[in-house]
Write a protein that binds this ligand. Structure first.
Ligand SMILES: [Zn+2]
Length: 107
């Protein structure tokens, strides 16, 4: 009687391990599935993987996401303001590739 009980327990344990393993495999198979970390850009509303957007924390727990396209567009728009002379230049090194080279940089 004791042996039968042990065998049932063992089978149950094996089933539990197999079930967990199966779930693990399933999760590895589709890393960006429905439960993935997709977020929407705050400006254009398009969806992106979380690793591809800039996260700006507004308040604790509230985050805004900005995609590269929108950031580049904002940078270009700001560049225009600087060129018009209505906005001060940003004196730090420009890290965005593809700017038109007129970002003022003073020392
Ligand atoms: Zn965007």
């Amino acid at each position: 009687m004791n042996i039968i009980f042990s065998v049932i327990l063992l089978i149950g344990a094996l089933y539990f391990v197999w079930w967990g393993y199966k779930n693990l495999l399933k999760r590895e198979h589709d890393p960006d599935g429905d439960s993935g970390e997709g977020v929407a850009c705050h400006l254009c509303g398009l969806g992106f993987p979380r690793e591809q957007v800039v996260v700006v924390e507004k308040k604790a727990g509230f985050e805004n996401y900005f995609c590269g396209n929108c950031i580049a567009k904002l940078a270009a728009d700001y560049n225009d303001l600087v060129r018009e002379g209505s906005a001060p230049a940003i004196f730090t090194e420009h890290v965005l590739n593809g700017d038109d080279g007129v970002v003022a940089r003073y020392n």
